[in-house]
Design a protein around this ligand. Structure first.
Ligand code: ATP
Ligand code: MG
Length: 341
């Protein structure tokens, strides 16, 4: 007996649907709106919501088709309830409620960040607790101790900007179009990561702290570009990108390893859009294998926003029986502690 979940994710600018059967991903469809928003240099919430509305049904149909199932084969429907852009979330929630209500199925209202952590539960990684999870994305940067997938426990988080936000803003300063992450990574590959000594946030707090700060490094890049002037920036773009990327990913790796040491876990994981970064993946792999830790690095498509991870979170989130969910709503903010399970 399988547990077939149809999952829907529309919290930001990806319209996504997936079918997950236990730990197996049967389909994972993502329609990105990135191009639509790139002319504005970032996500425009109203544009995102309207585009989800025109795309979501086709994306759901495709996820079912690719999985070779019909709605009738689905045991539960899951959707991202929070956190995210409220108009964008509402499209997914209304779609999922309608599908679940019309077919008499239970509904799981999942948490987006819980999804980023639970992505490692899926095959082929199939990571089981205990482990320390690093989640680094556009809106969040945090470490959790996962003794139980149902209740990740916050160990540390950013005190100001998220790593992805710093990456996107830095990319913009270097003239890289939105979304900045992949472009910054490509440019950084051609540069010298030791060329500029950008500050690592909260280093002065001592060796045992697990929080992050990215406001300082962002400002340092801004000042460096001002000092260099337009021509200087053009000449040193790749070096700036490489050094800046290094200053962002280094503390992620160091504090993930520190958290693993402090809590004595046998494994670590990474997730969220920034975990698609090749330099971060390489450094985490090296650091973990040097310590004899197992490391779970999801496929890039499972790091950036997707619905398979919401299907995974659904395995650890109570389902609401038909028809009790009709009054349930989307919520823009994260709950206290950051992850709702
Ligand atoms: N290859 C890459 N290198 C570095 N950063 C990347 C890469 N690919 C994507 N990112 C970054 O990941 C972030 C997007 O991650 P994700 O899609 O999980 O964010 P989000 O869903 O908007 O935010 P959250 O998950 O916090 O709600 C962006 O800041 C983007 O620049
Ligand atoms: Mg995300």
């Amino acid at each position: 007996m399988g547990d077939v979940v149809l999952a829907i994710e529309t919290s930001c600018d990806e319209t996504a649907a997936a079918v997950v059967d236990g730990r197996r991903i049967a389909s994972n469809v993502v329609a990105s709106q990135a191009e639509l928003h790139s002319v504005y240099g970032g996500v425009v919430p109203e544009v995102a919501a309207r585009h989800h509305l025109t795309t979501v049904n086709a994306v759901v149909d495709r996820a079912l088709d690719e999985a070779g199932v019909t709605l009738g084969d689905v045991d539960r429907i899951a959707v991202t309830r929070r956190p995210g852009l409220i108009g964008a979330l509402l499209v997914g929630v209304a779609t999922a409620k309608a599908l679940a209500y019309a077919t008499g199925k239970p509904l799981v209202m999942a948490d987006h960040l819980h999804g980023h952590v639970a992505a490692c539960w899926l095959e082929p990684l199939a990571l089981d607790p205990p482990f320390v999870a690093l989640t680094a994305s556009g809106g969040h940067t945090r470490l959790d101790l996962v003794d139980d997938y149902a209740a990740p426990r916050l160990l540390g988080q950013t005190l100001d900007d998220a790593a992805g936000e710093a990456i996107d803003k830095g990319a913009r300063l270097l003239g890289i179009p939105y979304p900045g992450g992949p472009g910054l990574e490509a440019l950084a590959r051609e540069g010298d990561r030791t060329a500029f000594d950008f500050p690592v946030g909260l280093r002065s707090r001592g060796p045992d702290q697990l929080d992050f700060s990215y406001a300082g490094v962002k400002t340092a890049l801004l000042y460096a570009t001002r000092d260099l002037g337009d021509d200087g920036v053009q000449a040193r773009r790749a070096d700036l990108a490489a050094s800046y990327q290094e200053a962002i990913v280094r503390p992620l790796v160091d504090r993930l390893m520190l958290a693993a040491d402090i809590h004595g876990v046998p494994a670590v994981s990474i997730g969220g859009g920034v975990a698609a970064n090749g330099r971060l993946r390489e450094l985490v792999e090296q650091a973990a294998s040097g310590r004899g830790l197992r490391v779970a690095i999801p496929d890039r498509a499972l790091c950036t926003d997707n619905a398979a991870m919401i299907g995974a979170a659904a395995a650890f989130t109570p389902a609401i029986p038909w028809p009790d969910y009709v009054g349930e709503d989307a919520i823009a903010t994260a709950p206290p502690g950051g992850i709702a399970a």
